[in-house]
Design a protein around this ligand. Structure first.
Ligand code: NAD
Ligand code: ZN
Length: 358
């Protein structure tokens, strides 16, 4: 049985396309009291950029603190607070920021029409009702949340996506100017999430011609950017945004692999952010992706990136075992990497050995 997949709805793409956001949202403002809920990355708070957000007087703006990655608790709080105003549902929830803010927008909009805590819906196809309209506007590129059918949340028991056909955004705005200000090494870490998505999607049992075709082009763009002399140019920013889009889409038709399966455990225990966590893990995965890990190190070298050393040096045995427990729950990922008999290959000892090298 094939899944009848849904990706993002409409895509507005081009330099300064953000200037058209008001027109896009005005199509949805059909009633006098229609309002938009804007969720904006804290980086932009107090900056001139805020004047470019087409807020109408009745709209609601929330600046999103992303010191920690998105939490079900915060999603629930935002929805409860907005609902308590008695204004009805917003006509769109607009997320302006990186994967964290886009995931907040994608999950918040679902919870306007679904009862209870968002943590009840972490998993595949658990959402019952369509959410309200959602617009995502990436300001840092690589994670692919702008197009993916998941929104990754940390709940009381697990870090797991709310995944399914209700999750993708309805509107995406790809404006390459918006990522110009992302500092290194953050830009590199998030971009490498895209590189790693492609490597993982292209190498495994669940790969498809559709996933490969998108992943190969995304990978070509990543190489063009990060093996070049100067990776951080306006032209490369545009390529990076498209690489992220294609890489995210490629995952819809394949699966992530060993790096994500291990980095989810690492992130749950240590709180390390997704891009950096993936880089720390991927750097130890010669056994799984030998050529790509070499290429990744070349990219780090070309871009003067030094990963933290001894990241797990002071972890307790309990912490390491918890990372392993979490990693071993990601059975789809491991089956993609090693096939149906993955449990014969991915042992606790192997994972422990890898984690202790990080
Ligand atoms: P992020 O959203 O966590 O942001 C990283 C940093 O970049 C933050 O400090 C932010 O303030 C800053 N930033 C963002 N835009 C900026 C700009 N224009 N200028 C300067 N600084 C800017 O980063 P990310 O790597 O895009 O997202 C990671 C999150 O995405 C994680 O929570 C991860 O779980 C999630 N994720 C989701 C998916 C998905 O498909 N839904 C896939 C992968 C990762
Ligand atoms: Zn990722």
């Amino acid at each position: 049985m094939f899944r009848n997949l849904k990706a993002v709805g409409r895509v507005l793409y081009g330099r300064n396309s953000l200037a058209q956001l008001d027109d896009v949202l005005n199509e949805l403002r059909v009633e006098n009291d229609s309002y938009v809920l804007f969720l904006v990355d804290e980086y932009f708070d107090g900056k001139d950029f805020m004047k470019r957000i087409p807020m109408h007087p009745q709209d609601i703006l929330k600046i999103i603190d992303i010191t920690e990655e998105p939490k079900t608790k915060t999603v629930d709080e935002i929805v409860a607070e907005v609902k308590s105003l008695g204004k009805g549902n917003p006509v769109s929830v607009v997320g302006i920021g990186g994967g964290s803010v886009m995931d907040y927008a994608k999950s918040t909009r679902l919870m306007f029409n679904n009862e209870g805590s968002s943590s009840l819906y972490q998993g595949l196809d658990l959402i019952k009702n369509k959410g309200v309209h959602c617009t995502v506007i990436p300001t840092i590129s690589g994670c692919g949340a702008e197009v993916s059918m998941t929104t990754v949340l940390t709940g009381p028991v697990k870090k797991l996506g709310i995944k399914g056909n209700f999750t993708p955004a309805d509107q995406l705005v790809i404006d390459p100017d918006l990522i110009a200000t992302v500092p290194e090494p953050q830009r590199f870490y998030t971009a490498m999430d895209c590189y790693i998505h492609n490597i993982e999607a292209l190498n495994g049992h669940r790969k498809t011609v559709m996933g490969d075709s998108l992943g190969i082009e995304s990978l070509r763009l990543c190489r063009e950017i990060f093996l070049s002399e100067d990776s951080h140019t306006p032209e490369n920013d545009e390529k990076l945004m498209i690489a992220s889009y294609l890489g995210g889409l490629s995952l819809t038709y394949s699966e992530v692999g060993a790096c994500h399966a291990i980095s989810y455990g690492l992130a749950t225990v240590t709180g390390v952010h997704h891009g950096l966590g993936n880089c720390i893990v991927f750097n130890q995965l010669d056994e799984f992706y030998p050529e790509a890990v070499k290429e990744f190190r070349q990219m780090m070298h070309n871009n003067n990136i030094d990963l933290p050393k001894g990241f797990n040096a002071n972890r307790t045995p309990e912490e390491i075992e918890k990372m392993i427990d979490i990693s071993l729950t990601l059975i789809f990922m491991w089956a993609h990497v090693c096939g149906p008999n993955w449990q014969d290959i991915i042992t606790r000892e192997k994972l422990r050995g890898l984690l202790l090298k990080m």
